[in-house]
Each structure stands twice: as C-alpha cells, then as structure tokens.
Write a protein that binds this ligand. Structure first.
Ligand code: FMN
Length: 768
C-alpha cells in the first residue's frame, strides 16, 4: 500500500481526500477482473482521474483523458510500461540474474529521443505493403488448426488454436526458424505474469525461471540469425538495420526486442481473438449476421477490439507537475490509463456498452494505444482476427458456446482474455460435408483500419413509386422486419447499386424506423447509379446500404430556418423542415425547379407545410429572387440549402454580408478533378501525435500516404463529398478541395479532407 500522495497540509484538509470508491479499487480481484469497463463506470461518471492507494497509481478512465496521455509521450513517459506491477522477491530477482536476464528498454517503454529514430527504422515490415506477404502463412496455419478439430464436435478454442496460432504467426513474423519455435512457445506465458500479474512469492521463482530461460533462448536464436540475416522477418530486418545504423539499433536492443516482440504479438492477439469469439457467440444474432455476410468481419473485429479488447490498461509516468481532466497530477506520479474503460466512454461512443458491429467509430478504440507508441503490429493482429473469423464463420457457422461454462482470466492489470472458450457443434451439419467447395471461398483481408465502406446492412426494396417526372421514391426496410438505425434530418445513406456506391438523402419520417425512403432523380448523364435505380431495381430486390451519416446537421439552437431546395435537393431539406415543424421552430421553405412536373415530393410538402412553402418554377416564370430574399441579414436565422451548384453559389454570394456560417449547404456532386501529378507538387506531412514525417508524392493523396505509413484513417466516397476522411490540422496552409467544409472552417485551417485536399506550401502538420 502506498502513501497518499496528496499534500494534505497544503490543502489544509484533515482526512485523506481519496474517495471511498477510489480506496476500494483493486484491479487484481473482483469486478475489474470480470469486466474492467463496467467496474469503472462510477469513475467515468464521477471521478475520472483518481488515486488508488491500493495500487499506488493514478487511474485515468475517460476516453479524451486517456488519449491525451497517449498523445504526449514527453510529459507522460512510457518508461514504466513494462515495470513489474508487483515488486519482485529477492529470490526471484536472484533467479533472473542467474540467467543474465537483462531486458532493456524496447519500443514499448522507451523515452525520446531514443525511441522514435528506432521506431522509424524498424517500421517497414509492419506497413500494409509488407504485411500482405504474411497473409498466406496466416491462412495456412488457421486452416491446419481448424482441420484438427472440425470433425470432433467440440473444442477449447484457446487451448486448441487461439493460443498457438498467434504465437506461431509472431514467430514467423519475427523470422524465427521453425525448429526453435516449440521451445520459445513454451516460455512465453511466464512473461505476462512476471510483468503484469501478482504472482505469490513461491510462484515468483517459478515464473522467474521460465522468464530467464525465455531470455536465454531468445539470445541463442538471435545469434543463429546473426550468422545469416538474409531471411524474411522482423529480426533479420532489424539485424540488417543494425549493420547500417549500429547506434540506432544496438545489440542489447535486438535481444530485448526479440523477447518483447514475441510477447507483444502473441498474447495480445490470442486474448483479443478469444474475447472476440466469446463476445460474438454470446451475441448469437451478430454471429449469424457475419456468417451470412462475411464482408462485415473487418468492422466486427474492430468492434470486438473496442468492446472487449485484450489490452485493458496501460501505464505512463508523469515527468512534471500537470493536470489531467482538471485534476492536479504531481511530477513522478504513476498512471494507469484504462483503455478498456475509455473504450466504453459514452462521451465518445454512443450507447458504448452495446455491441454494434456497424458502429462507425469502432476503430477509434484505444486498445492499440495511440500516437507515437501505438501498437506497431496492429495490422497483423487485425489480419489474424479477420482470417480466424472468416474460417470459422465459413466452416462452423453452427458452432455455439458450451452452455454454463465459467470464464476465468489470468489475474493481471493489463492483458485480458478468457483462459478457455469451450464450443460445440454437430459435425454432421458441417457445411463442408455437403459442399467442400466452400473451403475455396476467400474473403479479402482488410489490412489497416476498416473503412466505413465495409459496414453495410442488407435492406429490401419494399416499393418503388413515381415521385415526379424522372424521379422515383424507393422505400427500404430490414428484411427481417427489425427497425432500421436512428437518423437525424440531413442524413444520407450510401447504397450499392451494381458495382457502384451512391449517396441518397433520407426523406421519410425519422420517428418511423420501420422503413426509410429515398427519392432518386435519373440523371440524363448518369454514370450508372441513378440509371440502375430507375431501370434495374425492382420491388422485392435487396440492396446493401451503409449509414445513415449526417454531414448536413441542423443547428438546434437557431431561432429560425430558411430552407432553399433546388430540384432533387429537396430530399434532405424536407426532413429538416419536418423537424422544424415538429419542434415548433419558425421556418420557411423555398423550393425551386424547372417546372412543377419535375419537382419531387411536392404533394407531401404542400400538405405538411402549407403556407410555409413557396414554389418557384422557372417554366411558370416565378424564379426565386435570392438577393431580395437575403437582402437583410437576420442574426439567429440559419439558411440550409441543397441543389445545383449555381443555386448554392448564388446563395453564397447573397449571404456574404450575413453573420459567418449562416449558410449551410450540401452538395450532391463533386467537381473534384482527378489528380494530375503534372500540376501538383510533393510535400511533407508531419504527424505530430505519431512522431513521424512522411512524404506525399505529387501523384499521391494525403490519404494514400497516411495509409502507406500505417496511420488509421477512415474514408468513404474519396471524392471530397462525404467528410469521412477529415483530419485535424496543426500547421501549414491547406489547399482545400472538398465540398464539405464551410468557408469559415476552411479559413480556420483546423481540419482537412485527406482524400483530396493538399498543402499550399511545402509542409503540413496534422494531429495524427
Ligand atoms: N441524388 C438523388 O437523386 N437524390 C438524393 O436524395 C441524393 N442525395 C445525395 C446526398 C449526398 C450527400 C450526395 C453526395 C449525393 C446525393 N445524390 C442524390 C446524388 C447521387 O449520389 C448520385 O450522384 C446521382 O444519383 C447520380 O449518380 P449517377 O451518375 O451514377 O447516376
């Protein structure tokens, strides 16, 4: 038990200000071991940063605070990340010494300025282009292990597969020769207990023995590799780098790196996979969904990592007096940053306790850490988990958890996964018995963060009805009658039409989730999407749909709204007007079109909004006089418009003298030209949170350059329309080319759309 670090004299309080909950916090037993996120809900709500006298650590539990600690690796040193959380007995220390155990700093716990130069030179084998080469090995191992038990009807997924495959993958990735794999495998577990657990005194010596042997054996294997470092794998790569840059990658560094690399790649993935299977099988309908549609697997993996990650908490040391979430933290304070709690923070994840594989921001989870120390192997782990799930959903979709089993966990603060996951199935129902060709199906692995493009749901076309000349209304619903996700006015969905993906605004009633409605205009110059809706799509068909997403949100605080729609741009506007009416707001609608026969939703608009609507048809000669409408700025009034470019430009001009950001527009089309390297210049991208500087070539987008460097960033339309790939800008002038940011947002230069915008000058700095 550590002394309370609070200076009571200075505070002039009597008693210790550690709250009862904080005093009772014990990460080694009870609720934290059962469910760390749930056990700290009180903290997220009431005391997000607290001192634990039991642990001697300050505990940080909210998303933004945990991320802020990860972001600053100088103020919050990683040096204690691998420190033994329970002091080691003298006997155990002597045992480790017997083996010359000299685990030094590794990537995980190394301070600057040493850390980043090493990380940079050792990163290459982890980039997507290199990882692709490991995919066949992961597939082969997964297939072999499942083959062993697929006909038996019962297995312990951990003992029979999930423990060994990630370890073997890790050993292959490191380049360890096959003949040395078995021995290294046997030592690996001891390390976790040694570092993160609370072994009893008598256990400590046994653990130290195994750790010492692990250390020695790793040294032997390394020596062998040194004799011929030409092979694939991270260690031979490291040895080659060492030959060129011996000051950056030292001898002792390689030895520590080998041992830490095995642990880092092995247990995290084994535990994460075990957690994922438990979670998915406990949520049977989700399991069935991914069996039916394996394209959902990449995001399901991400949501499993968020909801039930294998790294429950991590550690940092405050190198100066500071504050976290408004709480004073003294220099020298040790911090337990509880990523599993951050991942369930309602302030960042809506309905955070729900397990939702279509969640758009699942991949914001902090299970891999964040910033300059983010897990280098994250994409290898993602690949393994995707392949495991693909194999099981294909071969054992009928597998279920053995009922009433009790899940146990190795008591430790940081690594979390069940010791056993028992499953059973009827081998007579194995799909491969009836159709062995299913074994040949391959789901593409998504290396890197899954983009939103993967998160789709199937919807049925309930009805297609004419809505005006050239416009149809399409009614969509869930095939099993489940309610569709909630949405807000201004939202759109992305719909797959043949090989194309197109966005359509929702124009039905957001309170009725039994169906969605969209209205689609057949474009005379259609690239295929709207033509497909009009000519191929039929009632009873199913479609893949993603979203809803909203980049055209109604400001709930506006006193008054002016809605201006041009043609098919009425779709988001009508939903906004419905909302304004329902919430008793003052509003007016101006609906402009060529002639009334082509104007969709007119009946509904006039029926529901009566005298609030003005129809402007050029055929009837009553065009909207925009300059007159907007002649007098009205503070508190917000203008929302969607329609053809010339309408939006006219509105922009007419509101130049209005308060900033009075006008909100949504573009249906992009006028983004394709990237022409002859007219572009290369520039440098500084990624401050990651401590990296990368180059963006003239023929490359910022998004491409980020992906190639293993930076997680989402994207969807990749033509500057949807806003998914936004990144925060710290420095440098952005050449904005998107259709999403407002003029003020552009001028503020605080964010950019990485799919299309570039640097005006030679350099941009981003908060990534
Ligand atoms: N087109 C429509 O006909 N109705 C809509 O409600 C609609 N909403 C859109 C919402 C957003 C956010 C965006 C970016 C576009 C929207 N579009 C809408 C345009 C379509 O996505 C698509 O570009 C159009 O149907 C033409 O596609 P095509 O050239 O493949 O036929």
């Amino acid at each position: 038990m550590s002394a309370c670090p609070i200076d009571h004299k200075a505070l002039q309080t009597t008693g210790c200000p550690v709250s009862a909950n904080a005093a009772a916090f014990d990460p080694f037993t009870g609720p934290y071991q059962v469910d760390p996120a749930a056990s700290l809900r009180w903290s997220r709500d009431e005391e997000p940063v607290f001192f634990s006298p039991e642990l001697g650590y300050w505990v940080v539990t909210r998303y933004e605070d945990v991320k802020a600690v990860f972001r600053d690796n100088i103020l919050f040193s990683p040096s204690i990340a691998l420190e033994k959380i329970t002091p080691v007995s003298e006997e155990a220390t002597a045992t480790l010494a017997k083996y010359d155990y000299a685990m030094a700093r590794t990537m995980v716990n190394e301070d600057e300025p040493a850390h980043m130069p090493r990380r940079r030179v050792l990163m290459d084998p982890f980039t997507p282009k290199e990882l692709v080469h490991h995919e066949p090995m992961v597939r082969r191992l997964t297939r072999e292990y499942v083959d062993r038990f697929v006909e038996t009807g019962r297995a312990d997924l951990v003992d029979e597969m999930l423990w060994e495959v990630p370890l073997t993958v890790a050993l292959h990735f490191l380049g360890v020769p096959e003949e040395d794999m078995d021995e290294l495998r046997s030592y690996s577990i001891a390390h976790t207990v040694n570092t993160w657990g609370r072994p009893a005194v008598e256990e400590q010596v046994a653990v130290a023995e195994a750790v010492g042997k692990f250390w020695q054996y790793a040294g032997k294997v390394l020596d062998k590799m040194r004799k011929d470092p030409s092979g694939h794998g991270w260690m031979p790569f490291g040895i080659r780098v060492q030959q060129e840059q011996p000051d950056v990658v030292t001898d002792s560094y390689l030895h520590s790196m080998m041992m830490a690399g095995i642990v880092a790649a092995h247990e995290t993935t084994a535990n994460a996979s075990a957690n994922a299977f438990r979670l998915l099988l406990e949520n049977r309908s989700v399991w069935e969904e991914i069996c039916a549609d394996p394209s959902l697997i990449p995001n399901a993996v991400e949501e499993c990592l968020r909801h039930s990650g294998s790294v429950a908490a991590w550690r940092r040391l405050a190198t100066d007096d500071t504050t976290i979430g408004g709480v004073d933290i003294p220099k020298g304070a040790k911090l337990l940053i509880v990523t599993s709690s951050a991942n369930h923070d309602e302030r960042h994840f809506d309905n955070a306790d729900d397990f939702d594989i279509r969640r758009e921001n699942s991949s914001d989870h902090l299970t891999f850490g964040y910033g300059s120390h983010q897990c280098m192997g994250k994409n290898l782990a993602r690949m393994e988990m995707q392949i495991f799930l693909e194999e099981f959903t294909k071969r054992l979709p009928h597998m279920e958890l053995v009922p009433d089993q009790e899940f146990t966990y190795l008591p430790n603060t940081s690594f979390r996964g069940p010791d056993h996951v028992l499953v059973q199935w009827d081998p007579a129902k194995n799909p491969e018995r009836a159709d062995p060709s299913i074994l040949d199906d391959r789901q593409p692995v998504k290396i890197g963060e899954p983009s939103k493009t993967n998160i789709s749901r199937t919807v049925s076309v309930e009805a297609i009805t004419p809505a005006a000349d050239g416009v149809v209304r399409v009614r969509l619903s869930d095939p099993s009658g489940k309610p569709l996700p909630k949405w807000t006015p201004g939202s759109h969905v992305d719909v797959e039409l043949g090989d194309l993906s197109r966005q359509y605004s929702l124009c039905s009633n957001p309170n009725d989730l039994s169906h969605y409605e969209i209205a689609v205009l057949e474009e005379p110059e259609s690239r295929g999407g709207s033509r497909y809706v009009h000519r191929t799509l039929q009632t009873g068909h199913t479609l893949k749909m993603r979203g809803p997403r909203n980049h055209f949100k109604l400001d709930p605080d506006a006193q008054r709204y002016i809605f201006v729609a041009g043609g098919i741009g009425i779709t988001p506007v009508i939903a906004m007007a419905d909302h304004a009416k329902a919430t008793g707001k003052d509003y007016e609608i101006h609906y402009c079109g060529r002639d009334v026969a082509t104007m969709a939703l007119l009946d509904r608009l006039t029926a529901d909004h009566g005298d609030k609507v003005e129809i402007h048809s050029s055929a009837a000669g009553n065009r909207l006089d925009i300059p007159t409408l907007l002649a007098t700025p009205a503070p508190g009034t917000q203008i929302y418009s969607c329609g053809p470019e010339r309408l939006l430009t006219a509105l922009e001009e007419a509101t130049a003298h209005w308060p900033e950001d009075s006008l909100h527009v949504e573009h249906f089309t992009s006028n983004l030209a394709t990237l022409d390297p002859a007219n572009e210049h290369a520039f440098e991208l500084e990624l401050r949170d990651s401590g990296l500087t990368i180059q963006v070539a003239a023929d490359q987008t910022v998004l491409d350059a980020l992906r190639a460097s293993n930076i997680d960033i989402q994207s969807d339309c990749e033509e500057g329309l949807c806003g998914s790939c936004e990144a925060p800008v710290l420095d440098g002038e952005v050449d904005h080319r998107d259709m999403v940011l407002t003029k003020t947002e552009r001028a503020q230069n605080k964010s950019m759309m990485t799919c299309c915008s570039r640097a005006c000058g030679k350099k941009l700095s981003l908060a990534l």
